[in-house]
Design a protein around this ligand. Sequence first.
Ligand code: ADP
Length: 265
Amino acid sequence: MVKSNCRPSAGGIFRKKVMQVDAWKILRFDTLDSTNTEAKRRAREGDVARTLIIARQQTAGRGRMDRKWVSPMDAGLWMTQLFAPENVRARDASGAVFISAAALSQALRELTGAEVMVKWPNDLVLGGKKICGMLAECGFDGDMCAWIALGSGLNLREDALPPELKFASSIQRQTGRLLTPEEILAAYLPAFDALEHIWEAEGLGPVIERIRPMSATLGREVRVNGEPARALDMDWDGALICEFADGVRRVLAGDVSVRGITDYV
Ligand code: ADP
């Protein structure tokens, strides 16, 4: 993979880069084990062309740490974006979930007018309930990120979600609107492309700034893997800065569960 060390600045070069972005090749499946697993199969065969994989249902949808993601037939937008980011270091690859969180919450706000919020680091919430989860899995080329499989599971319909998921809800339940995958993608993909290029050119900081006013976590009392804390801020790299009983620490995305004290948010 050819990588450039040149970091284009905002302005003219940035605009030119946005216009040059490849369109997403969209692959649709009726049933997949998991759209992320399908993307990883392709990446491991060397095909990292910019591809959006959508399944009407997943039989083995996954959250972080192999937790199950419930994805019934036509109940949601179950998708993975496979792409090879420019100029992103391996250690920064997990920042991709913030790109999709910012872009998808923005798109859903435009489409519904609802106050979709981002629960750090990888969930979208509406009315205090989880409507979407995201999972980034990456391949590395030395210390650079070679590819990212960025999965998003967005609940569109309420009726197909099992009642035991008591924190889960859907766009339809919360807004009364049954959005189609096509109208969501039409709003989401341009927003994603623009933020991806800001990330590649300037790092994650500007993306974090977009999320800050939509954060459902900042300023809240939370439990970090069960330990009570106050979520003070998000760092430039997406880390959550928390005040624990024994002091202030940075919490990294990926390996922790953050919950509200009594509720999901
Ligand atoms: P976390 O909520 O800690 O961020 P994950 O992002 O790994 O966890 O998501 C997996 C969890 O999400 C599952 O353990 C389950 O509780 C919940 N879940 C599974 N499927 C759905 C769904 N369709 N909608 C909302 N929540 C779901």
